[in-house]
Design a protein around this ligand. Sequence first.
Ligand code: SF4
Length: 486
Amino acid sequence: MWHIGDIKKYERCDKLMWLSNREPQPFIPYIFYNESIYELSKKRLNITEFLEGNRNDGNDVFFNHQEAYETFINIRFEYESLRVKVPILQRVGNTYIIYFLFSSCSPKEGEAQSFADTIWVLNKLGLTVSNVYAIHLNTDYVRKDELDVTELLKINTHLFNDKNHKGRSIETLIQLFYRDVSLVLKEMNVTFKLENIEKKRTNVCTRRNKCNYFNTCFKIEEKDTSIMNLVSCSKKFALFEQGVHDIKDVDIESIEGTCHQLAQILAARSQELFFDTYAVESFFNSVTYPISYLDFEWETYAFPPYEGMKPYSVLTFQYSLHIEDNDNHLVHKEYLGRQDCREQFIVKLIEDVPSEGTIMCFNVEGAEKLRLKQLAKQFPKYENQLKQIWDRMLDLSIPFSTGLIYDNRMAGTYNLKKLVSIFTDYNYSDLEISHGMDAVRIYRTSDNSTIEQEQVLKELLAYCGMDTYAEYLIYHFIQNKIKELG
Ligand code: SF4
């Protein structure tokens, strides 16, 4: 039996559908879906009486109650080998209205393919769909005291384009995408029976989110200097096809020729660290003591949990701060809050961060600075003090992200964990929590109640503390290198 999700996978990549049915992988969302879109939509539409479907229901569940109810939630239908779940189905006379639900702000036009395929199943079973709506989050909604579902949820007759602007109407898109799904199902059946599917790596494998099966498909260890690791290179697949497999063999004239790419080529050819001493030294010229090494952990909530938050707002719940004075003495401070700890976080941060000196972070604009600006918006009375902090931030990742420093072992990436393992003897793997997402997941599920969770919180603190200590080590590695080469 196939589901709409299988068709979506198949149309992205036949092997993705093939693998995900043979070796299913758990889905770990980056976002915390802290409310049920079904429950909120029921409130939004004032639905109180309904029949709710279950996982293994057949068509009989609907058809046995077709006249007894006007509204059906999560009701299942099957036709040929396709099984669909309709989030909200409402009977109006002899026809039906469907509401498709999204816990996102701008459902894309491409979703209409699933709408059309679902309607195909219903049509085959003799049901006529007169209207289709998308219920989604309102990106401009700011929560007050209570969650206001009328303001939070929009009911739309159109979808959105790739730039999140208003796209075509759902009606137009369904007409465009409506098809005989049995042809796709037949192809899927044939594909699924194959013993193996050989695939070449393409941008489908890494577009948006890297495919979960990337390591399964491309088990053969890629060399660090594989052309696939050449950053921001639109021609790498074509070059690979032409037999250029190693970065050292790339002609810089034949690609975009960025500084980062040049650093990679030079490092691959020399088999040595590429280090632009002059540029790196200039970059850190403005550093003053005390140096604060700062790192935050946060959670992204799909539905705003507290006043002043919008859909997909983040709640920054933890920081680690290592402070290094002129004599290289290192002091560690930290904070870990629970529930709505935003104001407490701000007050403690302002108290802990020295009033002068450089504040070193890794990925300033996309992380710590952004988080402080969001907090300043939610708590304007602290804006000046927070600005005083973000104005002194220096991004330790820039020498690596721009190719001022490149080691072949970086293999085209530059996250803090990787850098610290390449350039120092330091290791995160001794910790129970050794990945940022592990930290966030544990925060999601923990409360104040058990000893085990107290242990988990200690691990969270240790994880965040490791990041700032790693920043300190990386900064000193760079300073030592400047001295050595200068
Ligand atoms: S890694 Fe690429 S080839 Fe493999 S399943 Fe994913 S998208 Fe398909």
